[in-house]
Ligand binder design. Structure first.
Ligand SMILES: NC(=O)c1ccc[n+]([C@@H]2O[C@H](COP(=O)([O-])OP(=O)(O)OC[C@H]3O[C@@H](n4cnc5c(N)ncnc54)[C@H](OP(=O)(O)O)[C@@H]3O)[C@@H](O)[C@H]2O)c1
Length: 230
C-alpha cells in the first residue's frame, strides 16, 4: 500500500497528508474547489504529494480518508471508492452541518451514514476525536512510552487492520471500539472526544497536547453517554 487519497485537504486532511508523506506514503489531495487551489500545499508537502479532483483522488487511493464538513458527505465519490478502505474523520456539528434527523434522534451514527453512502467501501471511523494540532504534535515511534492511541470503529476486521498498520506507520497505536455502530462512543462531546489529548487546564489556542495511551481512552469509551442522556 503506497497511496493515500484525501477527500478534503483542510485542517485534518493536510495534517494526515503531512504525517503520511513523512512516513513514506504518496498522497493525492483533493478539495471542493479544484486541484489548482492546492498548489501551495502540494509544494510544501514535496514530491510525494499531488493534487487532483476528488474522484481522481478516490480512484488513486489504496487507502482513502474522507475529511470534509459532514454536510457534504453525499458529494463523496462512490464508484471510485468501491472496495477501498475509507477512514472517516467526520463529526456532526448541527450549527455547521444543519440538522440531520437520523443523527438528532440517534438512530444512526455519522460513519454509518457515510457507509450507507459508500455501500461497497469499507468505512473505518478514525481521526475524528483528536484536535488537529494534537494530531500533528503527538506521533511517536513504536514502543515509545509516550506513544498515543487513536480510536477506531468499523465492521470489517481486515479493513481495521489496514488502518491499524497505517496508524502505526504514522506514529500512533490504535484502540478498537468495535463495530461502526459503536462510533457514537467517541463522537462529539463524549468523554473520549478531544479532551483526553489535551493537558487539563489548557485551552484553545494554547491547548497543549498530552500523550494519551489506550487505557485512558478505554475508560472514556466505557463512560460514553448518548446525547439524550447528557
Ligand atoms: N479540525 C479538527 O481539529 C478536527 C478534528 C477531528 C475531526 N474533524 C472533522 O473532520 C472533518 C474535516 O475537518 P477540518 O477541520 O479538516 O475541515 P476544514 O479545514 O474545513 O476542511 C474541509 C476540507 O473539505 C473539503 N471539501 C468540502 N466539501 C468537499 C467535497 N464535496 N469534496 C471534496 N472536498 C470537499 C474542503 O475543500 P474547500 O476548502 O475547497 O471547500 C476542505 O479541503 C469535519 O467533519 C470535522 O468535524 C476536525
Amino acid at each position: 500500500m503506497t497511496t493515500i487519497g484525501l477527500i478534503g485537504s483542510g485542517n485534518i486532511g493536510s495534517t494526515v497528508a503531512r504525517l503520511a508523506v513523512d512516513a513514506g506514503y504518496d498522497v493525492v489531495l483533493s478539495n471542493s474547489r479544484g486541484p489548482e487551489t492546492l498548489a501551495d500545499l502540494v509544494r510544501a508537502l514535496g514530491p510525494r504529494a499531488r493534487a487532483a479532483t476528488a474522484a481522481e483522488a478516490a480512484g488513486a487511493a489504496d487507502l482513502a480518508v474522507v475529511t470534509v464538513p459532514l454536510k457534504n458527505y453525499r458529494q463523496v465519490p462512490v464508484e471510485p471508492l468501491r472496495g477501498t478502505v475509507v477512514i472517516d474523520t467526520n463529526n456532526y456539528y448541527p450549527d455547521r452541518d444543519g440538522h440531520i434527523d437520523e443523527l438528532d434522534d440517534e438512530s444512526t451514527t455519522t460513519s454509518e451514514l457515510l457507509q450507507a453512502h459508500l455501500p461497497e467501501s469499507l468505512v473505518v471511523k478514525g481521526f475524528n476525536n483528536i484536535y488537529v494540532d494534537h494530531l500533528a504534535a503527538l506521533p511517536r515511534p513504536s514502543g515509545d512510552p509516550d506513544r498515543s492511541a487513536l480510536v477506531i470503529a468499523g465492521d470489517d476486521a481486515d479493513a481495521k487492520q489496514t488502518v491499524v498498520r497505517f496508524f502505526d506507520a504514522i506514529g500512533y497505536d490504535a484502540l478498537d471500539a468495535g463495530a461502526l455502530s459503536e462510533g457514537w462512543r467517541f463522537q462529539r462531546d463524549t468523554a473520549a472526544y478531544v479532551t483526553p489529548y489535551a493537558v487539563p487546564g489548557t485551552t484553545y489556542p494554547d491547548w497543549t497536547a498530552r500523550p494519551t495511551g489506550p487505557e485512558v481512552l478505554q475508560d472514556a469509551l466505557a463512560a460514553a453517554q448518548r446525547y439524550r442522556d447528557m
